[in-house]
Design a protein around this ligand. Structure first.
Ligand SMILES: Cc1ncc(COP(=O)(O)O)c(C=O)c1O
Length: 384
C-alpha cells in the first residue's frame, strides 16, 4: 500500500470528537464537544421547512446565496461600525471550520509562520499545517490568560505571515481587552502580518467583559480576515454555516479557495438561516441571559467539588483543575470520569502547546436538566 501524506502524521485525530465517541459508548453526559442539546429557535425550524419546499435544492452561488449574504452583511453592520458590502466583502463557508481553513490558505504560503495563542482551539494548528504553514505559539498565562507582551514581540520577530485570534477564546474563556487588541494590531502592522480572527462566540460575552471585533479597530480592516459562524449564535452547529469577512482584494482570493474546497454551503440551509440573521436585538440579549444563567448553574455545582476552575468571560467552557485528584494524566482522568461518573469532558492538554495536564474542559451549552444531572454527578462524586 502506498504511504499516505506525511503532513498528516504531524497532528492527531480530533480529541474532542474522540471524547464524544467515548461518551456515546458509555452513555455518559457529553460535556466535551461544544454543541447544544436544545432546539434552535422555532422560527428557524419553520424557515427550514419552508426552504425545503422552495427552489433551493441545487448549487447556490459558490460564495453564498444573495439573500444570505445580504442578511449577513446587514447583521454584521448592525453590530459593528463596519460597512460590509455583501457582494464584495463576504464568502459564505461551511462553518467557521472551513472559514478558518480558507483564511489560512488565502493568507499563507507554504513555509510561512503563523502565531497561535496557547491554549487554542485544536483546529488552528491543523489548519496551518494543511496550508503548509508552521504554527508558532505564544502562551496565554493562567489564571487570567493574558499574554506576555515580550513573548508576542519575540514571536513577531520571526516574521509570521499571520496571527490567529480566537476571541472570545475557546477553551479558556478569555475576552481580549481593547489594549491587548491594539498591541496585537500594532505588531501586525509593524511586521505586515494578517490577523485571522475566529469570533464564533461574539454574542456570548459576560459583563463586564466586552467583545471588540478586531476588524473594527482603527487601521485593522485591511489586514484582518474575520471568521464567524451561525453555529453557536443560533444553536445550529449541524447546519454548517459560517463566513469570512475581509476587504475585497482578500475575499476575491478566498472565494477561489472556498470554491475548490467545497463549492458552497448547503443552499436550503443558507436560505432558512437568513431568517436568523434578521432576528431583532432582543434575540441576542436573550441568548446571553440564557448562557449567563447556564454558566451560573454549572459553575455552582463545580464550586461544591472544591476543585479550582476558570470562570469564562466569554463562550461556554470552563477548565477544571483536576491535578489534586491523583490521576496519572488528564487523558486518564477524562476517561475515568466518563466511566465512573458518567460525565465526559475533554483532556485540557489537547488545547495546550505547553505540557499542561491539569485541566478537563467542560462546556455548559446544555438544557438545564442536563446541566443539573451532570452537575449533581460531579458535585457528589468529585472532591478536591
Ligand atoms: C473557537 C471555535 N471555532 C470554531 C468552531 C467550529 O465552528 P463551526 O461550527 O462554525 O465550524 C468551534 C466549535 O466548537 C469553536 O469553539
Amino acid at each position: 500500500m502506498p504511504a499516505t501524506a506525511s503532513r498528516l502524521a504531524i497532528f492527531q485525530e480530533s480529541v474532542i470528537r474522540e471524547m464524544t465517541r467515548l461518551a456515546n459508548r458509555h452513555q455518559a453526559i457529553n460535556l466535551a464537544q461544544g454543541f447544544p442539546d436544545f432546539d434552535p429557535p422555532a422560527a428557524l425550524i419553520a424557515a427550514l421547512e419552508q426552504s425545503a419546499r422552495g427552489a433551493f435544492h441545487q448549487y447556490s452561488i459558490t460564495w453564498g446565496s444573495a439573500r444570505f449574504r445580504q442578511a449577513l452583511a446587514a447583521k454584521i453592520n448592525r453590530f459593528t461600525r463596519l460597512a460590509i458590502d455583501p457582494d464584495k466583502h463576504l464568502v459564505t463557508t461551511c462553518g467557521s471550520t472551513e472559514a478558518m481553513m480558507v483564511a489560512m490558505m488565502t493568507a499563507c504560503n507554504p513555509g510561512d509562520k503563523v502565531i497561535v495563542f496557547s491554549p487554542f482551539y485544536e483546529n488552528y494548528a491543523a489548519d496551518a499545517i494543511l496550508s503548509g504553514a508552521e504554527p508558532i505559539y505564544v502562551s496565554l498565562r493562567p489564571p487570567g490568560f493574558g499574554f506576555d507582551p515580550g513573548d508576542l514581540r519575540r514571536a513577531f520577530r520571526q516574521n509570521p505571515k499571520a496571527l490567529v485570534l480566537c476571541n472570545p477564546s475557546n477553551p479558556c474563556g478569555k475576552v481580549f481587552t481593547r489594549e491587548e487588541l491594539l498591541f496585537i494590531l500594532a505588531l501586525a502592522q509593524e511586521h505586515d502580518a494578517f490577523v485571522i480572527t475566529d469570533e464564533v462566540y461574539e454574542h456570548i460575552v459576560y459583563a463586564p467583559a466586552e467583545h471588540i471585533p478586531f476588524a473594527t479597530l482603527p487601521g485593522a480592516w485591511e489586514r484582518t480576515l474575520s471568521c464567524g459562524s451561525l453555529s453557536k449564535t443560533y444553536s445550529i452547529t449541524g447546519w454548517r454555516l459560517g463566513y469570512v469577512a475581509a476587504p475585497m482584494e482578500i475575499i476575491a482570493q478566498a472565494r477561489k479557495v472556498h470554491d475548490f474546497l467545497t463549492v458552497g454551503a448547503a443552499a436550503p440551509l443558507q436560505e432558512a438561516a437568513a431568517t436568523a440573521l434578521e432576528f431583532p436585538d432582543t434575540y441576542y440579549a436573550d441568548l446571553l441571559a440564557e448562557y449567563s444563567r447556564k454558566r451560573d448553574i454549572f459553575l455552582g455545582y463545580l464550586r461544591q467539588t472544591g476543585l479550582p476552575f476558570t470562570t469564562p468571560q466569554g463562550a461556554y467552557y470552563t477548565l477544571v483543575d483536576i491535578s489534586s485528584l491523583g490521576f496519572a494524566s488528564d487523558r486518564i482522568a477524562a476517561e475515568e470520569l466518563t466511566r465512573r461518573i458518567g460525565v465526559t469532558g475533554v483532556p485540557g492538554s489537547s488545547f495546550f502547546r505547553e505540557p499542561v495536564h491539569r485541566y478537563i474542559r467542560f462546556h455548559f451549552a446544555k438544557k438545564d436538566e442536563t446541566l443539573h444531572a451532570a452537575g449533581e454527578r460531579l458535585a457528589s462524586k468529585l472532591r478536591a
